[in-house]
Ligand binder design. Structure first.
Ligand SMILES: [Zn+2]
Length: 271
């Protein structure tokens, strides 16, 4: 009995002394802001940003809101809404700094991937709503912020690059590209639940993982998918293989990270 009790105490001690890994606090368009919202001695508050719930972590001294800032946000002042455990509502402002993302010009051989025909356009519209819903997923479990790189390889396209495809302006790059040969393993950067697998027009074979509290990650252009929807994966588990499906110039992993629905720079989550 005593042994059991001491063991439980030891586990409690170990789990409370493990430092929480945080993404880099970099409040810029496409960045992450970490903001203290209430003393850790009080109950869990509820925090929202642009009317969407945000991830919360209990730090040593404070409850911390981990906020994803959209690439479209203009530098200046933003605010979050905080509802304390006792029901009091107040607002807190934070600054978003200016940041210049570079331009990348790419040439895509498959013309339909740049200027899709009617049939492809209908497919893109359908998939747009599926993708919107997936990146806005918010589950109550605490966020798994401790990430490892999902695969090895050269960074071949950083997050936020303003893209010119075959001479035409397109949306900025919503993730990080890692150039790697077809068939190289892709690992889950943190534990999570598979919320989608399938083949989409731009992303090709793709997996979405839910790491809790609105922290979502995506793996695109895969040659192989090793997991099923609703499956739980552990950190480092092989979830698929690098490929060149969808809109690509060659084999690589496109990796996106979303926080409260906004694409943020995955580089902020790894050392
Ligand atoms: Zn990409």
């Amino acid at each position: 009995m005593l042994k059991k009790y001491l063991f439980a105490l030891l586990i409690l001690y170990l789990s409370s002394s493990v430092a929480i890994a945080f993404p880099r606090n970099d409040s810029k368009p496409g960045g992450v802001a970490i903001i203290p919202v209430a003393p850790a001695s009080t109950g869990k508050p509820y925090v929202s940003y642009h009317a969407r719930p945000v991830a919360l972590v209990k730090g040593k001294r404070n409850w911390l809101a981990i906020i994803g800032i959209s690439l479209k946000t203009r530098p200046g002042t933003e605010q979050i809404k905080i509802r304390t455990a006792t029901g009091k509502v107040h607002y807190k402002k934070f600054k978003v700094r200016a940041y210049h993302y570079r331009t990348q010009r790419l040439s895509i051989k498959n013309k339909n991937k740049v200027n899709p025909n009617k049939k492809s356009q209908r497919r893109i519209e359908r998939e747009f709503f599926i993708k919107q819903k997936l990146r806005k997923t918010f589950s109550p479990n605490p966020p798994r912020l401790n990430f490892i790189r999902p695969t090895t390889g050269r960074d071949s396209g950083r997050f936020g690059l303003k893209r010119i495809l075959n001479g035409q302006k397109r949306n900025p790059h919503s993730g990080m590209d890692i150039a790697a040969p077809r068939g190289r393993s892709v690992k889950a950067p943190a534990a999570g639940r598979v919320i989608f697998t399938g083949n989409l027009f731009f992303t090709g074979n793709v997996i979405y993982l839910d790491h809790g509290n609105g922290l979502i990650s995506l793996y695109a252009h895969l040659s192989k998918i090793n997991v099923r929807k609703n499956q739980w994966v552990r950190q480092g588990q092989i979830i698929g293989k690098v490929g060149k499906t969808g809109r690509v110039t060659g084999a690589h992993l496109h990796w996106s990270v979303y926080l409260n629905g906004n694409a943020v720079d995955p580089a902020l989550f790894i050392k």
